[in-house]
Design a protein around this ligand. Structure first.
Ligand SMILES: [Zn+2]
Ligand SMILES: [Zn+2]
Ligand SMILES: [Zn+2]
Length: 504
């Protein structure tokens, strides 16, 4: 484990490995072609041929991995290499490698994201065998290391000290104990996050900032919120102030953050690290309420996406009280029965749903001859069962403040509970919600926090034209989702809540 951690942590310092670094390496391979004799290992004189043609350089780059190994070997046996000296580069006396003084500066420039830098650094190390920590450490004088240390964050210092003895001696163990102070809490979580891949039997608990042992390893099952379901022993489990982050799905159902971690770890590292994503899908009917729900999860580009399809039979021309009974759960703080993000009260989601319900055709009423005639006429000329929604309620809606999208539909569904066979097929209100729940690195992760209403997020600039619904459905089939127009659920981002948007 120490070995792996060391390599992982040294990722921060890859740019200093400039001599086998990407820039000099690629430039080297475009002008220089190294050839090592078969028995270079025995230390006999190796031959070096320098070619200044770019065509042969390209061919040498094609032999990528083997070439880079050869290249390192060449540097190792640098002292036996004959220096051609014909090129304009100043060369290192020890290794015979060209000195490019700007290389270090260029590699320090940080233009892209941190992830990009780590990816680039990893690519630079590809195929290069690890070297002893002392050798690596000795490449720069102590004063330079000291300067480097000054620029590191507390989490990076802790990771570096964890990598090998020379760095631990340089930094001291204080960099670890410092992480326990409250102001370094985020740094501690960041440091612990780097160890995730090496701890399949544990799970990082964010309220505690500790890796707890998974007490049901591999058998963690998502259960309704009223069922006690500890997946690790956590002292904060009953702490209201500081408990595990969870996202409400429907009445009595929530997704605790540890399950997000488990699904994404299984995808990122190995099956052993988590649980299979298929174990998360559910189909259930609310105990008190008429709604049935289907949940499904998928991981796309490291993000967990969820789709919840909720449906309930709806009678035509419901009065306001009937609408309320159909849509809002009195036992769950008058939240909707269907799945919503935390911004559902603002904007026009609820008015659009009420609009959709208003399109269910109303059977004729009245008594006497006129009423009977209307009923007979209705019986023989039933309105078409497929209802087209209007331009107000038909488009898909995206929450402007979190990565969530909604689709409202009216579908004809079979109601097996109705004893009257003529009335078995009814109109059902179907509301589908898609959300991006983030990459599972932390409950402060922008997507997860936004869906819970705990962070700033601009979904239209973050997602652009790429719909979560489309990304999700394309994982299964291409034609399941109608090509709907996407509009904002709250175009002016007005936050009127209960008072203004007529949601109740
Ligand atoms: Zn805990
Ligand atoms: Zn409508
Ligand atoms: Zn939202």
């Amino acid at each position: 484990m120490a070995e792996v951690t060391r390599k992982g942590s040294l990722g921060f310092f890859n740019p200093f490995k400039s001599k086998s670094g990407s820039r000099s390496n690629s430039r080297a391979s475009s002008v220089v072609d190294f050839k090592i004799g078969n028995d270079a290992r025995k230390g006999s004189l190796a031959t070096v041929t320098l070619k200044k043609t770019s065509s042969s350089g390209r061919s040498s780059r094609v032999g990528s991995a083997r070439n880079s190994v050869d290249h390192t070997r060449a540097s190792r046996h640098g002292s036996t290499l004959a220096n051609d000296g014909g090129d304009e580069w100043e060369r290192d006396a020890q290794t015979g490698e060209r000195k490019d003084h700007t290389e270090l500066l260029h590699s320090l420039a940080h233009r892209g994201s941190t992830e990009e830098l780590v990816d680039r650094a990893e690519a630079m190390f590809l195929g290069i065998p690890p070297q002893p920590a002392h050798d690596f450490f000795a490449r720069l004088p102590r004063s330079v290391w000291d300067r480097v240390m000054q620029s590191l964050s507390p989490a990076d210092k802790a990771s570096l000290a964890f990598s090998c003895k020379p760095f631990r001696d340089l930094l001291g163990t204080g960099v670890w104990t410092n992480l326990n102070s409250p102001e370094n809490r985020d740094a501690k979580i960041e440091f612990l996050g780097h160890l995730d891949a090496h701890l399949p039997d544990h799970l990082l608990c964010f309220p505690c900032a500790v890796y707890h042992v998974r007490s049901q390893k591999g058998n963690e099952i998502l259960r309704p919120t009223n069922v006690s379901n500890p997946i690790f022993e956590c002292p904060n489990v009953f702490n209201i102030e500081n408990r595990v982050s969870r996202h409400r799905i429907t009445v009595g159902r929530a997704l605790p953050f540890p399950f997000v971690q488990l699904i994404l770890r299984a995808q990122k590292y190995s099956k052993d690290h988590g649980i299979p994503i298929d174990s998360m899908s559910r189909r259930y009917k609310d105990r008190d309420g008429e709604w049935t729900h289907q949940t499904r999860y998928v991981v796309v580009e490291g993000h967990l996406l969820v789709r919840v399809i909720s449906s309930a039979f709806a009678t035509p021309a419901l009065p306001p009280a009937g609408l309320r009974r159909l849509l809002y759960s009195p036992s769950d703080n008058f939240n909707p029965f269907f799945s919503v993000c935390s911004h559902w009260r603002d904007g026009n989601l609820m008015p659009a749903i009420k609009c959709a319900l208003s399109h269910i055709p109303k059977p004729p009423e009245g008594s006497g001859i006129a009423g009977t005639a209307a009923k007979v006429n209705y019986h023989f000329h039933r309105p078409h069962p497929i209802i087209t929604l209007c331009s107000e309620c038909r488009p898909m809606r995206r929450c402007p403040e979190c990565p969530t999208e909604y689709l409202i539909e009216l579908k004809v569904q079979e109601d097996r509970s109705d004893p009257d066979p003529r009335k078995m097929f009814k109109h059902a209100l179907v509301i589908t919600r898609w959300s991006d729940l983030g990459d599972g690195t932390s409950p402060k992760d922008p997507e997860w926090a936004a869906c819970n209403g705990e962070g700033e997020y601009d979904s239209f600039s973050s997602l652009g034209r790429r719909a979560i619904a489309g990304t999700f459905e394309s994982q299964f089939t291409v034609d399941q989702i109608p090509g709907q127009k996407m509009i904002s659920m709250n175009p002016d981002k007005v936050k009127l809540g209960e008072k203004g948007h007529d949601w109740y």
